[in-house]
Ligand binder design. Structure first.
Ligand code: SAM
Ligand code: SF4
Length: 474
């Protein structure tokens, strides 16, 4: 992977200033209750908070304030996202990797039989994912220019988008590949990707350098400026994250927010999504030597504070979290959930052949089937959504953000969630599931404020039930 010095010179990574962040966290400890209450009052307006304000909320643990933080986050979640939860699954296509990230099973020091999928194998994995009802995938690879060059990634994307099934197709491919050049981002943009996802892993540079021991990813600045290059290449939906458990989680939250503010200032839009992965055990690694586990209580507070800081940024939770934690975090901020995931190359086909996973990137903590996760979401009064409309209608970047901020998101996302859930129930559910979905849809349709859209949704749901069409969206 080349990263010409000239590019690096133009793109400073100095917006993350290690001493500044540590200073803020120290200073924030001095804040009095009145200052914290003022910030929480402001948070109730759903306009977001700056990283400076969040610093105060992070370090002060007065139980009364904590209750308010959860209440406000829950409120934001309900008012902006309603009870919709967008569903997706990861698709690992290559585990070749030249990097040595101490936490990851694909790190180059781990000796195992590596592989990448042939296009036929990609089709096989996608067929299985589609049979699970997924319409939105996150494509995942290790970093290896020789075995997994950008042309291979583009071939995978084309192969997947070209596939048509009885029940439709994969409608959105988000891509989670290593930091790359502006030119490669341009090619990904042309291929029609949804969000470009990249986790910073840690914003704490000394920790970053210690844990990323070899390969291009070792270069903190190259990794940190990846979204600048993606935005320069026209990718305006970028998805961030940190791997919680590497450095001080409060430092990480401020790093994330400062990164977001940097992109907002420079490009007019910040992160489209934020993922909140916590480190999990991974074969061929010993995380006990360096991992600093983030406990459940602090993790929940962090999720709630990110929700409050950036109310319009989607928040993604994976199967790294267990069933209980997923349930809890849905209430305070999470808006997208993966289900039925495998983190192994070729893992879905293996599972179908009843073979145990052997080369997963890390071990997941929620291994329930997609159908049972989705059914339980409905039992808990959530509307699982398979919507992919925004990016297909050109509502990306600041166009998506202005829709979200206008308060009209419910008029678009709710009908789309209901229509795609109806489609899912007809195509993948059994009778009991269909009945449950139908009752939920009946209950929710009156919540669509716009009369014309409400009527259109009712008609489309009817059509879906009678087999008269699919893939409806507004
Ligand atoms: N290889 C690319 C990269 O590292 O940027 C693409 C993403 S990699 C396939 C997906 C993500 O998995 C990484 O960014 C990392 O945060 C996460 N990951 C790796 N090892 C993990 C572990 N042991 N527990 C939880 N997440 C892990
Ligand atoms: Fe490779 Fe990504 Fe794993 Fe690092 S996290 S070893 S870059 S696959």
């Amino acid at each position: 992977m080349g990263h010409p010095a000239i590019l690096m010179n133009k793109m400073s990574h100095h917006f993350i200033d290690h001493e500044y962040i540590e200073g803020l966290l120290e200073e924030a400890k001095q804040a009095d209750n009145a200052a914290i209450s003022r910030i929480l009052d402001k948070a109730e307006h759903f306009e977001g908070l700056s990283h400076r304000e969040i610093a105060l909320l992070l370090v002060n643990d007065n139980p009364g304030h904590l209750d308010r933080i959860f209440a406000i986050a829950g409120d934001i979640k309900r008012r902006i996202y309603g009870n919709r939860i967008v569903m997706f699954a990861p698709l690992y296509v290559s585990d070749f990797c030249v990097n040595r990230c101490a936490y990851c099973s694909f790190n180059r020091g781990h000796d195992f039989d590596r592989r990448k999928l042939t296009m036929d194998e990609v089709r096989e994995e996608v067929r299985i994912l589609e049979e699970m009802g997924h319409k939105r995938l996150a494509l995942e690879t290790g970093e290896h220019d020789g075995e997994c060059p950008i042309d291979y990634v583009l071939d995978c994307i084309k192969t997947i988008y070209d596939m048509k099934f009885k029940n439709g197709e994969i409608r959105r491919i988000n891509v989670n590949i290593a930091a790359t050049s502006t030119e490669n981002y341009r090619r990904l943009k042309t291929a029609g990707i949804g969000t470009y996802i990249l986790f910073q892993e840690t914003y704490h540079e000394p920790t970053y350098v210690r844990i990323h021991q070899a390969g291009p990813k070792k270069d903190f600045a190259w990794h940190l400026t990846a979204f600048d290059r993606a935005q320069d290449a026209g990718i305006d939906d970028v998805g961030a994250g940190v791997l919680f458990g590497l450095a001080d989680p409060y430092f990480e939250v401020l790093g994330l927010l400062i990164h977001n503010e940097h992109l907002e200032k420079k490009y007019g839009t910040g992160f489209h999504t934020i993922s909140v992965p916590r480190i999990c055990p991974a074969g061929g690694t010993d995380i006990s030597g360096f991992a600093k586990p983030v406990d459940d209580a602090i993790f929940a507070k962090i999720v709630a504070l990110i929700r409050i800081a950036v109310p319009y940024t989607g928040m993604i939770l994976s199967t790294r979290e267990n069933h209980d934690m997923r349930k809890k975090l849905l209430r305070v901020g999470i808006s997208q959930l993966s289900a039925g995931s495998s983190t192994e190359v070729g893992g879905y086909a293996k599972r179908q052949r009843s073979e145990a996973a052997s080369h997963s990137q890390f071990l997941v903590n929620d291994d329930r089937s997609a159908l049972s996760i989705i059914a339980e979401l409905m039992d808990d009064d959530y509307v699982p959504s398979f919507c992919t409309a925004c990016y297909r209608s050109g509502r990306t970047g600041d166009r998506f953000m202005s829709l979200a901020k206008s308060g009209r998101i419910g008029d678009v996302c709710l009908p789309n969630a209901l229509m795609t859930l109806c489609e899912y129930s007809m195509d993948y559910g059994d009778d009991a599931f269909r009945e449950k979905a139908a009752a939920l849809i009946e209950r929710e349709i009156p919540n669509i404020a716009d009369m014309e859209i409400r009527q259109r949704t009712t008609a489309n749901v009817e059509s879906l039930r009678l087999g008269g069409g699919r893939d409806f969206f507004v």
